[in-house]
Design a protein around this ligand. Structure first.
Ligand SMILES: Nc1ncnc2c1ncn2[C@@H]1O[C@H](COP(=O)(O)OP(=O)(O)OP(=O)(O)O)[C@@H](O)[C@H]1O
Length: 507
């Protein structure tokens, strides 16, 4: 099936998210769709999925104009979207999730489920998905849950699959497996739209690339003839540096001192297992590790979002183990959370309100018992300029910013104040290469001003580029430690430690 978008324009008030976009999507091909944060990628795909209606332009399927009055019509026409945030019911099985929304009665019929299980097996075999139809979603790793999302759209007979930043939450091994699935879908004649900010991925998987900038298609190309540098320049309109400029660290006194920390998960499993770690002022420590090895619980314990079972957390000489989130923040701890929707922002507050979410009680923003709004909005506007947050006004709801611009808003709020310690979890997830370059500079800037910086990232490249010292976390413990002065840490050895090869020889 071929789809053509012709002259698509979509406005949100004063914002022109798509300005006369022409795009061809062809069966048997992977189209890589690139664009800086706020370029209009998600909006364009939402128009194609029937979630938004375009102000101008038309959609043609196999040469015939179609009109979608909602997502149902787009699905019926064979277009399926695999969302970045999964929409699965955790306590249901794979088969139940797959039929959900399709079965007319709203209840599961035994017959429906039997058919679904059989069809899941059939789709599994055809595309190498290998998902057990009877498994409960909550028991499945993220990579498999994503396959269930793919199963859902294939079950609804999609011929066009839109994959919106599908690799953002996957481990490198899961990405390899995922690419095999994408290739088998393409080889079976499906049309794939692949959206990502990872340039090496787009070069590897796409047959054709289109670049969106400020709502317009500004470039098209053949991945076999393009480099990452060229793609980056096509996207942001200037050359982008992929390396981080930094001088060797000059570490000072301990800023964060974690002693024999134990954190339990809700299910009584141990998440952080007698872990000790020091981050000094003036240095960046990176935690490498496959996601799910206790990094999230560790960050939540440091920032006060979860309880600790035993051990101590010392921040700038004071024991903060039992202190509130707010008190830690007040003392100069910045936190860039891995899940901004859970603990970083309030979507239906304005951008200005979000910018002072944790500091509204500070003297700087208070006028007696009231908040000094003119000052808050001026400050927020300045943050938007510094971090290149694309919005016509700081009084818009933060949830209407593009995903990448929401992330920049959270990073700006955390870094644009007096800090002593920065805890950054997946700080550049969903950001374009230009924004990553800037945020890396700012994190190194915090270090050079004497902050201790702790980075947790599933991107080993990011850990290698930023850290002066790297520790590897595996099954809740630190299993290896590397000096990375001048980027000299042994990448292979880190990879092995991440896979648990050094378990038993904990550092
Ligand atoms: N519901 C909405 N209301 C108002 N403005 C919106 C809405 N959705 C998107 N926008 C605006 O449209 C523009 C394009 O946003 P879009 O989410 O399509 O960008 P994107 O290319 O997907 O970005 P990212 O890479 O950050 O996800 C942005 O300026 C955004 O703020």
């Amino acid at each position: 099936m071929d789809v053509e978008l012709r002259g698509i324009t979509k406005r949100f008030g004063p914002v022109v998210a798509n300005a006369g976009v022409n795009l061809e999507i062809k069966g048997g091909e992977v189209l890589g769709l690139l664009g800086e944060n706020g370029a209009g990628k998600s909006t364009l795909m939402n128009v194609l999925c029937g979630l938004y209606h375009q102000d101008e332009g038309e959609i043609l399927i196999d040469g015939k104009p179609v009109k979608f009055d909602g997502p149902g019509a787009s699905i019926a026409a064979g277009i399926g979207m695999v969302h970045q945030h999964f929409m699965l019911v955790p306590v249901f099985t794979v088969a139940e999730n797959v039929v959900l929304g399709v079965e007319p009665t709203g209840r599961f019929d035994r017959l429906d489920l039997e058919t679904a299980r059989a069809q899941v097996r059939e789709i599994n075999d055809k595309y190498g998905l290998e998902v057990n139809p009877d498994a409960l979603i909550e028991d499945l790793p993220v990579g498999i849950q994503q396959r269930v999302e793919i199963l859902k759209v294939l079950f609804r007979s999609a011929d066009v699959l839109i994959l919106d930043e599908p690799t953002a939450v996957l481990t490198p091994q899961e990405v390899d497996d995922f690419f095999e699935i994408v290739k088998s879908l393409r080889d079976a004649g499906k049309a794939i739209v692949f959206i990502t900010h990872k340039l090496h991925e787009i070069l590897e998987i796409s047959d054709r690339i289109s670049v969106l900038r400020a709502g317009r298609i500004t470039g098209e190309g053949d991945p076999r003839q393009l480099t990452e540098e060229q793609l980056a320049e096509m996207m942001v309109g200037r050359p982008v540096s992929f390396t981080v400029d930094k001088t060797p660290a000059t570490p000072g006194q301990p800023m964060l001192d974690i002693k024999d920390l134990v954190v339990m998960r809700d299910n009584d499993e141990i998440a952080v297992n007698h872990l000790s770690l020091t981050v000094n002022s003036g240095e960046v420590v990176g935690i490498a590790g496959v996601q799910g090895n206790g990094q999230t619980a560790l960050v939540e314990a440091i920032t006060g979002l979860t309880h600790t079972s035993s051990g101590a957390i010392v921040f700038d000489g004071d024991d903060i183990t039992r202190m509130s989130v707010r008190e830690r923040h007040r003392r100069g701890m910045a936190h860039i959370p891995e899940d901004r929707h859970k603990s970083g922002m309030i979507a239906n507050f304005t951008i200005a309100e979000n910018m002072v979410l944790n500091s509204y009680y500070d003297d700087e923003y208070a006028r007696g018992a009231a908040i000094d709004w003119p000052h808050v909005s001026e400050t927020a506007a300045a943050f938007c300029v510094d971090f290149d947050i694309r919005t016509p006004s700081v009084f818009l709801q933060a949830g209407n910013l593009s995903g990448g611009n929401q992330q920049k808003m959270v990073v700006a709020r955390e870094l644009e104040r007096e800090t002593k310690l920065v805890i950054a979890a997946q700080p550049t997830r969903g950001l374009d290469v230009g924004s990553i370059e800037y945020i890396h500079k700012r994190l190194i800037g915090s270090r050079d001003e004497g902050d201790g910086v702790l980075i947790v990232s599933s991107e080993l490249d990011e850990i290698m580029a930023l850290s002066d010292r790297i520790v590897v976390m595996y099954k809740g413990r630190i299993v290896a430690q590397f000096d990375n002065t001048g980027g000299k840490a042994d990448r292979n050895a880190i990879g092995l430690a991440m896979a648990g090869a050094t378990e038993g020889a904990a550092a």
